[in-house]
Write a new protein. Structure first.
Length: 443
């Protein structure tokens, strides 16, 4: 059967082109929040219902959709925009008196913090809903972390007043990331970025640029440790998604032999993780075990030496043999038609097989030296774009959030909004496709 390229049914650009109220409508219409609303209404009990729970909740979502950096900014917008008040469900006859006070929002947000587990469950439900409507969702995953700076003052550890001042940050700590590279002239550069606050560890579907898992920690938690815990958590909550995942893409911060081994041996996921330079200075290649003239370098390229001339040639990657847990490399003379004076007596007779166990960090099921590895690794930018949206569209570049639990709630809500927008947009665009096996713009 001929292979036909699958049209991407969702593009985030489609959502970003919509107006503010249209995007808010996507969220309100497709966010499965009934369980959370029921819990919040039970928490209120028979108390005053001056500001209805569902209307306040809708306004909180509006603040996230519109990128308001604070409650006061949202309140000013609600006072100004009568259409938005009605859209959220506030009584139109009350006018600006329907807008909740600052203290009312504070109490409501405090209640959301107490229902953090329900927000996490809401996120998980959305992930499963998106899986149902998007083809191949979860096949390629991308992982990264993002710094979440705190603009609050550092709390004094051990102080009796700890937690009494809401303007102080008592849960955060300091984090650091080091970036290294090589300039065109061969000189090396290094940049160290440090911040005080938190860190969000993200697992993203690389083709559709949508989150499938997240965890917020203190800034000092290493990327590799947060990544391991996050994948295990997603595996428990979404076993089918992780079970069907084929590749995981990540940068050098996740370069770890044990982690790379676990990804393939336990999860069956091919690791596409950039590699750090960890060999001794001056060590360019290593001899493959049991071979006389085959070597490999720190990037996974395999070479053979001509016994007559000593000339080195890169061998051609011949694929991964799953049953043998080995990578196959072909003789460059045979594969490319090159001349070789020592071909008759060369110990490399056509091809060699290098087991993953030769070096689990360097030799992975998808060879680092292959074109497919390079092509698929570029999909790591998907998680960078999600990070960018969190900053620019969802207000994390400048925020006034204090405390780890509040940060978890705010991040969870932002990602739920992101998923519900995607879910709504896909469902809107699928109507014509559902009527026919063949669909085109002209149909």
């Amino acid at each position: 059967m001929a292979s036909i390229a699958q049209e991407n049914l969702f593009g985030w650009e489609e959502v970003e082109e919509l107006g503010d109220l249209e995007r808010l409508g996507l969220v309100l219409d497709h966010l499965p929040d009934e369980a959370l609303m029921g819990a919040l209404e039970r928490d209120r009990g028979r108390g005053r219902d001056e500001y209805p729970v569902r209307a306040v909740w809708n306004s909180i979502l509006a603040g996230i959709v519109f990128g308001h950096e604070s409650v006061e900014s949202l309140r000013r917008e609600l006072c100004r925009n009568a259409q938005l008040r009605v859209f959220c469900g506030f009584d139109p006859l009350k006018g600006i008196l329907a807008v909740p006070s600052s203290s009312a929002y504070t109490r409501f947000l405090r209640g959301l913090v107490g229902r953090l587990k329900l927000i996490e469950e809401l996120f998980d439900v959305l992930v499963e809903e998106v899986r149902k409507v998007l083809p191949d969702f979860g096949r390629i995953l991308a992982m990264d972390s993002k710094a979440l700076k705190s603009h609050g003052r550092r709390g004094k550890e051990g102080s009796k007043a700890k937690g009494a001042d809401g303007r102080r940050e008592n849960d955060a700590d300091s984090g650091k990331k080091t970036y290294k590279g090589e300039r065109k002239d061969g000189t090396l550069w290094e940049k160290v970025r440090s911040w005080f606050g938190f860190k969000v560890h993200l697992l993203v579907e690389a083709n559709y640029e949508l989150p499938v898992g997240f965890e917020v920690t203190r800034a000092s938690v290493a990327d590799i440790n947060g990544g391991k815990d996050l994948l295990a958590q997603v595996g428990e909550r979404h076993p089918e998604l992780v079970g069907e995942a084929q590749e995981l893409v990540a940068d050098k911060a996740y370069d770890d032999t044990k982690w790379i081994t676990v990804l393939w041996d336990e999860y069956g996921i091919k690791p596409l993780i950039d590699i750090r330079s960890m060999w001794k200075d001056g060590e360019e290649t290593r001899l493959v075990s049991g071979m006389e003239n085959v070597v490999y370098d720190g990037r996974g390229a395999v070479y053979c030496y001509c016994s007559e001339t000593g000339e080195r040639q890169e061998m051609a990657f011949g694929g991964f043999e799953k049953d043998r847990r080995s990578l196959k490399y072909r003789c460059p003379a045979h594969h490319y038609g090159l001349s070789c004076d020592a071909l008759a007596q060369c110990p490399v007779t056509g091809a060699v097989r290098i087991p993953l166990s030769e070096d689990r960090r360097i030799f992975t099921p998808l060879a680092r030296s292959s074109y497919a590895w390079e092509r698929n690794y570029r999909k790591r930018t998907a998680v960078e774009r999600v990070n960018s949206r969190l900053d620019v569209s969802f207000g994390f570049e400048r925020h006034f959030i204090r405390g780890l639990k509040k940060m978890k709630v705010r991040m969870g809500l932002a990602l739920c909004v992101m998923l519900s927008m995607a879910l709504g947009r896909v469902k809107q665009n699928q109507a014509k496709r559902m009527r026919s096996l063949v669909w085109s713009e002209a149909a």
